[in-house]
Design a protein around this ligand. Structure first.
Ligand code: PLP
Length: 341
């Protein structure tokens, strides 16, 4: 089950989903009902699970578009069951168990009460049981092993309660690679599909290739005198005669403002440092050290150019975040071009 929430981690949910399905993915996971509806409207027919919380206002869309909600609290089981009661076939749902993430899910007690009450609505089909790992990429496996133990206890309770649950799923990317005991019947990778991971060095990771490049072109080049400044608030001051290139992308496009005076881009196979504050739709870079640089030159913000590379992981390091945030920050308004390799 491929996780394509947040516009497929910035890669474009529709094209990415289509490609994943072509390559054998049988199920998709999104965060919201709206994301699921958008995929259905482009003709995607594989089962789609909605990982995030659901609200009564969305029941109509869930039913109309055959989206599978994850139910995380006992009262929602009842309310959704009532809403589904007038339908001809039972609507599939997955139950989420809280095992240590401290976010969504039924506690062991809530689950036990639900099973023992014999009040699971006949209008719902318990298709899946799941939990989410909080520390699959942590420095030690201990927390995850405890989560898997708790999940197995919950699974036993459900099976002993007489439910046939065909889909059992626990692992995100990190869990899928690091904890074979958490594979069950499905895994839910997200970040690794896109070529990144956050696992510690002690874990052997498959050979991953970043999928996405982010590129622009130089819009203007100017030479400034020593003492002259660049961008808002004059946080960059030229120390010598300096060549500055203007790029038409900024924080509205997803280039974090925390890259101001610290990040790099690639031009003519060389790293050019960001000069001054990143603006909303523009950023300036120092190209003094790059000979023959010209207006129109391809500029790589993420990706490879000649022998140099900048990854979303590098940007994450420069800005104190993770590759996930760098990728899904790329605005949907930036055109995506898809190449088959
Ligand atoms: C986002 C998410 C995943 C995927 O996680 P990755 O670390 O990107 O592999 C899996 N399951 C749930 C519930 C998620 O929210």
């Amino acid at each position: 089950m491929a996780v394509v929430k947040a516009n497929a981690y910035g890669h474009g949910a529709i094209e990415t989903s289509r490609t994943l399905i072509q390559h054998g993915v049988t199920r998709l996971a999104v965060f919201s009902t709206e994301e699921g509806v958008a995929l259905r409207q482009t003709g995607i027919t594989v089962p789609i699970i909605v990982l995030g919380p659901i609200f009564q206002e969305q029941f109509g869309d869930l039913f109309a578009h055959q989206l599978t909600p994850v139910v995380s609290d006992p009262s929602m089981v009842t309310v959704l069951g009532q809403a589904a009661a007038s339908r001809e076939v039972a609507h599939s749902v997955h139950l989420k168990i809280e095992t240590g993430m401290g976010r969504l899910g039924l506690t062991q007690n809530e689950l036990a009460a639900l099973i023992r009450s014999h009040k699971f609505p006949p209008s719902l089909r318990l298709e899946g049981l799941m939990t989410h790992l909080a520390d699959a990429d942590g420095s030690t496996p201990d927390t995850t092993e405890e989560q898997i133990r708790r999940f197995n206890t919950a699974l036993k309770l459900v099976l002993e309660g007489g439910f046939q649950v065909p889909l059992i799923h626990v692992s995100n990317s990190g869990g899928a690679v690091r904890f074979p005991s958490a594979h069950f019947t499905l895994v839910r990778p997200g970040i690794m599909l896109y070529g990144y991971h956050t696992l510690p060095d002690t874990v052997t990771v498959p050979d991953l290739k970043p999928v996405l490049s982010l590129k622009t072109h130089i819009a203007q080049i100017r030479t400034i005198q020593p003492g002259e400044t660049v961008s808002y608030n004059g946080t960059f001051t030229a120390k010598c005669l300096t060549r500055i290139a203007v790029l038409p992308v900024g924080y509205a496009g997803g280039l974090s403002r925390r890259l101001s005076n610290r990040g790099y881009v690639l031009i003519r196979g060389q790293r050019a440092p960001i000069a001054g504050l990143v603006c909303m739709d523009m950023v300036m870079v120092d190209v003094t050290a790059i000979p023959a640089v010209a207006v129109g030159d391809e500029t790589v913000l993420i990706g490879q150019q000649e022998n140099e590379q900048i990854t979303a992981h590098d940007i994450a390091e420069w800005t104190g975040t993770i590759s996930y945030e760098v990728l899904c920050a790329i605005s949907p308004q930036i055109p995506r071009l898809y190449h088959s390799s």
